[in-house]
Design a protein around this ligand. Structure first.
Ligand code: NAP
Length: 260
């Protein structure tokens, strides 16, 4: 008789994040929402940041409360440095500490380079890249004091490979990757790790805006022939946070093989 060596995956989820607090930016929808659910399942208390989608954010919070998780919503436009820094101080006032920061919030304003406006450029850089600096710089001093921190930045394969019509987005995501390596180097001595998860095309509202015909062509380019699910990105984040004590300055690509 063959006996299963490993338990079923559900049984393997341990609550190793009990007592830890995770701040996730842009967690009202999509990938951020999935990360909130995944880290909560592993025992973390969750601070959910969102910008405008109050009803969606409340749905995430209510769902997490039902599972017994301590969770609170924090509205704030993190492309604005004052909002971002106020967000971090409000989370700290409420939870007393922040152990995990997931810089996830992001937008696209796609246009070919020749048609791209200053506003398209500035909005994407402010939301996707400046916000990462603002939130991280506000969180790190207390992480240094507590000699513990786990920072995960959500980039994109577009920051590695480029993509037509996304000069602004690619620059923001490439910037996140480079920024993360410097953080990893400078903060390792304080037991703070910094890593990137780089998704490929993932089933969220961000991708829902792509016309069906183009999406079909995209899927054909992906070796696994499908988009990623938000939960699959969230599992990579959970791995880095729960089991990645010796991993820093790295990227995990969850992209179906579209970039290797
Ligand atoms: P999404 O479904 O559009 O959700 C975006 C989230 O970010 C929402 O919660 C939104 O809040 C929040 N947000 C946007 N601007 C914000 C701001 N200025 N301040 C605070 N929150 C803000 O996007 P997603 O697909 O989940 O993407 C999440 C991350 O993964 C992004 O960094 C994205 O670039 C990256 N990514 C996505 C894909 C993909 O194919 N989906 C691929 C690679 C990388 P509101 O709901 O309140 O607006």
């Amino acid at each position: 008789m063959i006996t299963a060596i490993y338990p079923q995956s559900d049984a393997r989820v341990t609550r190793s994040l009990e007592g830890k607090v995770a701040l996730i930016t842009g967690a009202s929808r999509g990938i951020g929402r999935a990360i909130a659910l995944e880290l909560a399942e592993r025992g973390a208390d969750i601070a959910i940041n969102y910008r405008a989608s109050l009803i969606a954010a409340e749905e995430v919070r209510d769902h997490l409360h039902e599972t017994g998780c301590e969770c609170k919503l924090f509205q704030g436009d993190i492309s604005d440095r004052q909002h971002a820094r106020r967000l971090v101080s409000e989370v700290r006032d409420h939870f007393r500490h922040i152990d995990i920061l997931v810089n996830n919030a992001g937008i696209t304003r796609d246009r070919s380079f020749r048609k791209m406006t200053d506003e398209d450029w500035a909005e994407v850089i402010a939301t996707n890249l400046n916000s990462v600096f603002y939130c991280t710089s506000a969180v790190v001093p207390a992480m240094i004091e507590q000699q513990y921190g786990r920072i995960v930045n959500i980039a994109s394969f577009v920051g590695q490979a480029g993509n037509f019509g996304q000069a602004n987005y690619a620059a923001s995501k490439g910037g996140i990757i480079a920024f993360t390596k410097v953080l990893a180097l400078e903060l390792a001595k304080y037991n703070i790790t910094a890593n990137v998860v780089a998704p490929g095309f993932t089933e969220t509202e961000m991708v829902a805006a792509i016309p069906a015909e183009i999406l079909k062509q995209i899927q054909a380019r992906i070796p696994l022939k499908r988009l990623a699910r938000p939960e699959e990105i969230a599992k990579a984040v959970a791995f880095l946070v729960c089991d990645g004590d010796c991993i820093t300055g790295q990227q995990i690509n969850v992209n179906g093989g579209i970039y290797m």
